[in-house]
Design a protein around this ligand. Structure first.
Ligand SMILES: [Zn+2]
Ligand SMILES: [Zn+2]
Length: 248
């Protein structure tokens, strides 16, 4: 499978990149993790003849604003969008006029699913979900795809559920919303050291950091310096930048 970082910014788009979006591709389907404006980059990457699934962690705009771009794509199979647990009605309330096209009025079929209801969906992969710790309800995901575990743990303070989702993951995608000097308060973000602690406690094998808050990470160099502070705890932290690709 191929994993591509399409948007690695938190909060807003800037010269460092797009708001967050990560793409997982196999021969049979694509999974889009969060829908910031990075989702626009799936245009020339995804095989739209195959199923596409969009999983949303929460409804802060930097994670869903790219849903406004869905009109640009043509999905040959029903597009399935997984709302954060308990967030289905709020998602419907956003995916409607006058904000964007109504979710059920695209020229292709769209199905909205609540993350509380992931069993018996007939997905061609395993997925489980747990609540994380953020300013608003936030859902983390753990996938088993082609025998590999991929964990998606975004916009959260360090917490037990984050460790559970990332346990022995082959690939952990997590966040570094804060600078080292902002530390790891319980307001729902981590700095690189917090992410490194999560990676170490979970025993994750590869760890990609994204969601660098655009307000404080105004250059890639700042990301680089900050990520270095986490490498005492977990040496192999990977600093995400837009368009970075990984083959698992
Ligand atoms: Zn965010
Ligand atoms: Zn958020």
């Amino acid at each position: 499978m191929k994993i591509t970082a399409l948007g690695t910014n938190g909060w807003f788009d800037s010269q460092t990149g797009s708001t967050n979006c990560t793409l997982i591709q196999t021969d049979d389907f694509s999974i889009v993790l969060d829908a910031g404006y990075g989702i626009a980059k799936i245009k020339n990457r995804v095989d739209f003849s195959k199923p596409v699934y969009i999983f949303l962690t929460h409804l802060h705009l930097d994670h869903i604003i790219g849903l406004h771009v869905l009109d640009w794509f043509t999905f040959d199979q029903p597009l399935r969008i997984i709302a954060p647990a308990g967030g289905l009605e709020d998602l419907k309330d956003f995916m409607r006029r006058p904000f964007t096209t109504n979710w059920d009025q695209h020229p292709y079929a769209v199905e909205l699913i609540d993350a509380d209801d992931l069993s018996e969906q007939g997905f061609p992969f395993e997925v489980s979900a747990l609540p994380l710790v953020h300013a608003v309800p936030d859902t983390g995901y753990r996938f088993v795809i082609e025998g590999k575990v991929v964990a998606f743990v975004l916009d959260t303070a360090f917490c037990d559920n984050a460790v559970k989702l990332a346990q022995n993951a082959d690939f952990l995608i997590t966040e570094s919303g804060f600078l080292p000097e902002q530390g790891n308060p319980k307001t729902g973000h981590m700095d690189p050291a917090g992410a490194a602690r999560l990676a170490r406690e979970a025993g994750a094998k590869q760890v990609l950091l994204i969601h660098f808050g655009a307000n404080v990470y105004d250059s890639i160099e700042k990301r680089s310096q900050a990520v270095e502070t986490g490498r005492d705890i977990y040496p192999d932290l990977i600093m995400g930048v837009d368009q970075m690709e990984f083959i698992l």
